[in-house]
Design a protein around this ligand. Sequence first.
Ligand code: GDP
Ligand code: IMO
Ligand code: MG
Length: 434
Amino acid sequence: MPGIVIVGAQWGDEGKGKVTDLLAEHADLVIRFQGGNNAGHTIVRNGEEFKFHLIPSGILYPGKACAIGNGVVIDPQVLLGEIEGMKRRGVDVGGLKISANAHLIMPYHVLLDSAGEAKLGKLRIGTTRRGIGPCYADKAARLGIRVQDLLDEAILRKKIMAALEPKRHVLRPHAKHPALDLHAMTDEYVTYGHRLEPHITDTALLCHETLEEGGTVVFEGAQGTMLDIDHGTYPFVTSSNPVAGAACVGAGVGPKAIDEVWGVAKAYVTRVGEGPFPTELADDIGRHLLERGHEYGTTTGRQRRCGWLDLVALRYAARVNGLTGLVVTKLDVLSGIDPLRVCTRYRHGEGAVFDDFPYHQSILHSAEAVSEELPGFEDDISECRTIADLPPAARDYLAYVSNFVGVPVKLVGVGPGRDQVIWADGERPLRVAA
Ligand code: GDP
Ligand code: IMO
Ligand code: MG
């Protein structure tokens, strides 16, 4: 009963969408388990680019069952826009399923996200302002509105009233905002409900049945380990758990359903938004990574901060996710940088050295990256399709990373296209079974 979890092993945007698309070909179900439309997952097929924020990255296979699990927060307007956009491009979205238990992003969540960031000023998190944090906060406060509530107008109205009540004070400046009118909001969301109804189902049951029948389920993570609300660089994190453990909760399966956990990491590191980033580069190499890697956010268009590969953080990600495989993307972006550097420990203050990711925020904020120098490579590797095709320095780089982290490399990205990959075991697995 193979279940494979794909997680971001860094700060997001590692290339999870592309990896999910590749594994989806032979999967029976792809399910998103957390996050919302803060995510932006890119797939490039035959030169055509697709960006997904809520729809799972398996949807490009006609009829493929793709589910948005209970752990996801859904902005129905965004989801409907995405569905319509895909239909216009000729994509069959008939296989899309939406959990009745997933929580909904409401107009007040979006307003509260922006207001919260504005209030924090210099201390802001740099959120995507999509309402993610306020929506998860309402879920935890048991004031959330769920997909199933869209199907009963009376219940929906009551729940919106209850959710608005404790927010009256903070929402006062927006009291006249048309999107906050109780009746207009209820009517609008009821309409969304009618349009989404054909897709609404018990996705946990679907997942269970697929696995019971011997099918393969790909659990598609969003964001990344270092943005995890428990294990990331809190408070500069998102409001969900992007780590592999959350796949069970956010899809509704037990831990035994998971056979493999693949962590996706760029061959370097990027981060969007604020927060500590020990290997950040503010020099020509940082600019090389930004330009060659086209490091601009898929969701907000913001420039991503770039830096050397942080192996302290990556080994930590391997541990907290229980990685069984590593996917190294964007190796092609490193060509032309010689020598390369990788961070192997942090130094803090007068001589304190950290081999493990420090738990204390103050240490991480002023940690200095201690790095090793590795030989670089000049060659264009975008046409390489086997490990043997790679220049020796690129192969050594992968071997160094894999040894340091203690996880085998399964897949390497050498370009954005779906064929621009190297399957490390020589061929692509038909089924990713343990
Ligand atoms: P995700 O959020 O983890 O799915 O990643 P994003 O889609 O936000 O960002 C990854 C970007 O890198 C996208 O523009 C991809 O098309 C691109 N990409 C993925 N893999 C590779 C690769 O191996 N090489 C290059 N050059 N680009 C890649
Ligand atoms: P994918 O799935 C990169 C970042 C934001 C901000 C922090 C909190 O494409 O990898 P939020 O809106 O979630 O409250 O913002 O998290 N962030 C991401 N960074 N990739 C993402 O998703 C992200 N989703 C959120 O920039 O720093
Ligand atoms: Mg992204």
